[in-house]
Design a protein around this ligand. Structure first.
Ligand code: PEP
Length: 252
C-alpha cells in the first residue's frame, strides 16, 4: 500500500519570520496516525533554515527547482548536490509555471529529474494539460509526452525513487479543482503508462494531485484509488489550511 504525501509548494512567498511561524504551526499540528508524510518546499534561500527547523519532526523539506547542471558557469543556478548538502530531500521539477513562464522543455525537465536523483534527491515530476488541451481532448497525449520524455531519459527504474504530480494547469491557483473522477482518470492513465514498462514499480509510485486542493475537497480526491496525496500551492501557506489536508490524509 502506498502512503500519502502531502506536499506544500510555497512558490515565491515567505520571509524568515513568516516561515518560522508557519513551520511552528505545522509541526505543532501534525495529525496523529500513520500512512502519510508531510513536505514543504520553500524558496531556495530558506531551504536550509526550514530544514533545521523541521529536523526531528514528521515534516520534510524540498526545493521548487534545481539546475540540470552539476557545477560551472551557470550564473544564478543551484545544483542538486548543493540542495542535498543543505538537507533538501525532494525537489519539484517541471512545474507548469516553470514550463510556461521560463520555457522549460520536457527534455530539460528530464535532465533536472536525473540531476536530482544523481544527488540522492527525490524528484517530484509535474505533468498536466492546459484548458485548451483538455477541451481539445488531448489530456492523455500531453501527459504521455511529458512523462515519456523522462522515461526515455531516465528509464522506468528511476521511478522507484520518484514522485509524479498530476497538475491540470487550468486548476492551479484558479479555485477550479478537477473532480475526483477527472483526476482519477488521469492518475490511472499515468500509472498504466508506467505499468506498461514495469508493473511493480508503477504500483509503488506516489502520484499526487495538484490544483486548488484544500481542506474541503481533499477527502474526496484522496479517496480515489490512484491519488496518493497532493501538491498544494495556495493552501500550503497557512498552517491551518495545510493541516486540514494533512488531516484528510490521516483519516483516509
Ligand atoms: C501548485 O502550484 O502546484 C498548485 C497546485 O497550486 P494551487 O494549490 O494554489 O492550485
Amino acid at each position: 500500500m502506498r502512503d500519502f504525501l502531502i506536499a506544500g509548494n510555497w512558490k515565491l512567498n515567505g520571509s524568515s519570520a513568516a516561515n518560522e511561524a508557519l513551520i511552528a504551526g505545522i509541526v505543532a499540528g501534525v495529525p496523529g496516525g500513520s500512512g502519510f508524510s508531510l513536505l514543504v518546499c520553500p524558496p531556495y534561500p530558506y531551504v536550509a533554515a526550514v530544514a533545521a527547523q523541521v529536523a526531528g519532526s514528521a515534516v520534510s523539506v524540498g526545493a521548487q527547482n534545481v539546475s540540470e547542471h552539476e557545477s560551472g558557469a551557470y550564473t544564478g543556478e543551484v545544483a542538486a548536490s548543493m540542495l542535498a548538502d543543505i538537507g533538501c530531500e525532494y525537489v519539484i521539477v517541471g512545474h507548469s509555471e516553470r514550463r510556461a513562464i521560463y520555457g522549460e522543455s520536457s527534455f530539460q525537465v528530464a535532465a533536472k529529474f536525473q540531476a536530482a536523483q544523481a544527488a540522492g534527491i527525490v524528484p517530484i515530476l509535474c505533468v498536466g494539460e492546459t484548458l485548451e488541451e483538455r477541451e481539445a481532448g488531448t489530456t492523455e497525449s500531453v501527459v504521455d509526452y511529458q512523462l515519456g520524455a523522462v522515461l526515455d531519459a531516465a528509464g522506468i527504474g528511476a521511478f522507484a525513487r520518484a514522485v509524479v504530480a498530476y497538475e491540470p494547469v487550468w486548476a492551479i491557483g484558479t479555485g477550479m479543482t478537477a473532480t475526483p473522477e477527472q483526476a482519477q482518470d488521469v492518475h490511472k492513465h499515468i500509472r498504466a503508462q508506467l505499468s506498461a514498462k514495469d508493473a511493480g514499480i508503477a504500483a509503488g509510485v506516489q502520484i499526487l494531485y495538484g490544483g486548488s486542493m484544500k481542506g474541503e475537497n481533499a477527502a474526496g480526491l484522496l479517496a480515489m484509488p490512484d491519488i496518493d496525496g497532493g501538491l498544494i500551492g495556495g493552501a500550503s501557506l497557512k498552517a491551518k489550511d495545510f493541516l486540514a489536508i494533512a488531516e484528510a490524509a490521516a483519516q483516509s
